[in-house]
Design a protein around this ligand. Structure first.
Ligand SMILES: Nc1ncnc2c1ncn2[C@@H]1O[C@H](COP(=O)(O)OP(=O)(O)OP(=O)(O)O)[C@@H](O)[C@H]1O
Length: 296
């Protein structure tokens, strides 16, 4: 897969505060990438630079072949963005907001508005002023707005903030489906790591104002998880070095997945195994390992 976004040596300061330092970063065309990092790491600033809303002090940046410093308009034509500040007109109804932006983005197919209202379960509220919407409803309207012109790249800053569990599932499963059907590249900033795990193809971790690490879950697991913690539901009593998690559940530590297989074969010779899970392969575990590695 080719890269749709390439960033080399990007830097940005606000006054004396250095917010981005020598950022190198790539996004493959068609992937869903999770951009992670603690508060203030510079995620939103990076997204705003990629979208051409603010200019970097240094660095070479290409988004779909365009330079955001000089060709921001071109990038905004082919991208959609959802941020905390959704850019909605609060006195206008949800429907009128979508009509307004459809006009602005020169969307030919007006039936797209109805489709998106339906998709995000907003039909009932479409005539109410957007300012009276709940946070979750505003978020869904902002997503609908960002998708109106069928963008090639979607930038989403905390897209599930303020949504209830049904809303979160709705938005995440829709994003995944949209990505699969259209090949749209999606960049999502979020602090809710387990949500990202289900939909992202790869992850970039910001630490100390730069991209500290980037890769797929399996690449990062290979690098950061040196020992697997496996929980086995079994009637086997276990042996030294294994913990009993609770009645009938054993925890053991192995160096590789291959070792799990030989251990299970051994147990199954005399006992039963009812379930097996690896506890510590998760974006969250890797996130903390990376933070640890960069803070010594
Ligand atoms: N326009 C601006 N003027 C001055 N400082 C800014 C501006 N925009 C961002 N900053 C500062 O840059 C730093 C990084 O902010 P940014 O919003 O990019 O972080 P973030 O990683 O998105 O954080 P969060 O997870 O809290 O959203 C913060 O200290 C913020 O105060």
């Amino acid at each position: 897969m080719s890269n749709i976004i390439e960033v080399a040596g990007a830097a940005k300061s606000f006054g004396k505060e250095s917010v981005l330092k020598s950022v190198d970063f790539t996004v493959k065309k068609g992937e869903i990438l999770g951009l992670l990092g603690p508060n203030g790491a510079g995620k939103t600033t990076l997204i705003r630079i990629l979208n051409g809303v603010i200019t970097p002090d240094q660095g070479t940046i290409r988004v779909a072949g365009f330079d955001p410093v000089t060709e921001g308009d071109e990038i905004r034509k082919i991208s959609g963005i959802v941020t905390e500040n959704a850019g909605l007109y609060h006195e206008m109804s949800g429907l009128d907001n979508l009509k307004f932006f459809a006009e602005l983005y020169k969307v030919q197919d007006k039936s797209e508005i109805d489709r998106l209202l339906k998709l995000f379960d907003m039909e009932e509220y479409q005539h109410r002023p957007a300012g009276t919407y709940s946070t979750g409803m505003k978020k869904r309207l902002a997503l609908a707005k960002a998708l109106l012109h069928k963008p090639e790249i979607l930038f989403l800053d905390e897209p599930t903030n303020g949504l209830d569990p049904d809303g979160i599932n709705l938005v995440l499963s829709y994003l995944k489906k949209y990505n699969e059907e259209t090949g749209t590249t999606i960049i999502i900033c979020s602090h809710v790591l387990h949500q990202l795990e289900t939909i992202c193809d790869s992850f970039a971790f910001m630490e100390n104002h730069t991209i500290a690490e980037q890769g797929s879950l399996s690449e990062l697991t290979e690098k950061y998880i040196t020992e697997l913690s496996v929980v086995i539901e079994t009637d086997w009593p276990g042996r030294n070095g294994m913990d009993i998690v609770k009645d009938g559940f054993l925890r053991c530590r192995v160096k590789s997945k291959r070792e799990i297989s030989s251990l299970l074969k051994e147990i199954l010779q005399t006992h039963s195994v009812y379930s097996v899970s690896i506890e510590n392969i998760s974006v969250e575990t890797i996130y903390f390992k990376i933070r640890e590695a960069h803070h010594g």
